[in-house]
Ligand binder design. Structure first.
Ligand code: ASP
Length: 427
């Protein structure tokens, strides 16, 4: 059985078990709750996420240094960087625009007041970091601190510079690059090994979700929820396919099929950062993007490209405006597109941050920040869905850039079994 099927089975059975446990509604001090649900299962889920996170810094450092070193030799770094960042901004702006248009057609906020959504009180939005700080902070004053604190943009900047210098340092550079290449194979191997745990990790995460998620909030906010889901679906099934088809001449179905595993891990973990090792491995080994392009585009995308988050922010802004009876004029809508694009760049790739960054968008167009309190109840599920869209977008841009640079291996792309993680040998 292939990995995707096993992950899906883990997901489905975890969700069923979780829902069953919620239905049982055992007291918190019941031994099943303490030892199983909030003991073993919780630990299993945490362990899986932690193992993935453990790989992020070593993987990005080693793999991107190699990538940047080989690009440095060809002088392609600047062009590649420009293309990748340009496409990331473009897809995000398209995502917000789509979300705004859909929200203005469906009007999710107009019906919310009569569906009994209580006006929220007392929600205090955290302060979102400013755009200037986000930009200046790209360069680390101390790369070790950057790695220790997992500041991905800083690690990326350091790895790119290190790789560039390696490509220009003659024999010394070549010797160290050979070591980095070997390290890269080893780190990738470890990722492949850890991915085999995905069905079990996902199972645990889904049990926890099934036990703790409440569905009443959704019925109250149904129109908002459905609008976000619809916009996410449209973006995934229209925008990425169109870009893959027209910019790269590739079959989008093939691409989306290959991305199932990162999508499922992103969905279960709600963190594109934690999913990064799975995304990077898939984009290289299953989709066929060369390490040169993938090692740069995918970590950068995981950090700055959040189309799903931008979609939620677009719909949420319209929802909150309508709920409080504000009208958004054309300039304000443009402002939303701009700030949501920038906000999604500043959004950390961890669960729930998209909602915090929404404060920046709301503040920019003068909407009450307490509005965030209205939608917080359904955000957990939407976070899962938008994170899956976020990683799909990272891979799509990496693939398009690779194709345009002649860095996409079409044999790998067209081979359905390329990079397949096989069932571990039991002999
Ligand atoms: N959870 C999202 C991610 O990691 C970020 C967000 O929208 O909250 O991609």
């Amino acid at each position: 059985m292939n990995l995707t099927s096993r992950i899906l089975i883990g997901m489905g059975s975890g969700l069923l078990l979780g829902a069953f446990l919620q239905w049982l509604s055992l007291p918190a001090d019941h031994f099943i709750s303490t030892f199983f649900t909030f003991g073993l299962i919780d630990a299993g889920g945490d362990l899986f996420i932690t193992l993935l996170k453990m790989m992020v810094v070593p993987l990005v450092l080693v793999s991107l240094t190699c990538g940047s070193a080989s690009l440095g030799a060809t002088g392609k770094v600047g062009r590649l960087g420009g293309k990748t960042i340009g496409l990331y901004l473009l897809t995000t702006a398209a995502a917000v625009t789509l979300a705004l248009s859909l929200a203005l057609i469906i009007n999710p906020g107009l019906s919310a007041s009569d569906q009994g959504v209580a006006e929220s009180t007392g929600f205090v939005a955290n302060e979102a970091p400013s755009i200037k700080d986000t930009l200046v902070n790209i360069i680390p004053s101390n790369p070790i601190t950057a790695m220790a604190e997992g500041k991905m943009l800083q690690v990326i900047a350091f790895a790119v510079l290190l790789g560039l210098a390696m490509s220009k340092a003659g024999e010394a550079g070549a010797r160290v690059l050979a070591v980095f290449d070997d390290l890269n194979s080893i780190v990738m191997k470890l990722v492949t090994m850890l991915i085999q745990l995905a069905p079990y990790g996902v199972f645990c995460l889904m049990v926890t979700l099934g036990v703790t998620v409440g569905l009443e909030e959704i019925t109250k906010l149904l129109t908002y929820f459905v609008t976000v889901v619809l916009a996410l679906l449209l973006h995934m099934t229209l925008v990425y396919p169109a870009l893959l088809r027209f910019l790269a001449g590739l079959n989008p179905i093939t691409y989306l099929k290959k991305m199932r595993e990162p999508m499922l891990v992103a969905f279960s973990s709600s963190s594109s950062g934690a999913t990064l090792p799975v995304t990077l491995r898939t984009v290289e080994k299953r989709v066929g993007v060369s390490n040169n392009v993938a090692s740069f585009a995918v970590p950068l995308g995981a950090t700055i490209n959040m189309d799903g988050t931008a979609i939620m922010q677009g719909v949420a802004t319209v929802f909150i405006a309508q709920f409080y009876g504000f009208a958004l004029g054309p300039e304000q809508l443009l402002m939303v597109i701009l700030t949501a694009t920038l906000a999604s760049i500043g959004t950390a790739a961890v669960p729930g941050v998209g909602l915090i960054m929404l404060a920046m968008v709301l503040g920019q167009v003068g909407l009450p920040l307490e509005g965030i309190g209205l939608i917080i109840g359904v955000d957990r599920l939407l976070d899962m869905l938008r994170t899956a869209v976020n990683v799909t977008g990272d891979g799509a841009v990496a693939t398009i850039v690779a194709k345009s640079e002649g860095e996409l291996d079409l044999d790998v792309f067209h081979d359905p079994e390329a990079g397949w993680v096989v069932e571990p040998d039991h002999h």
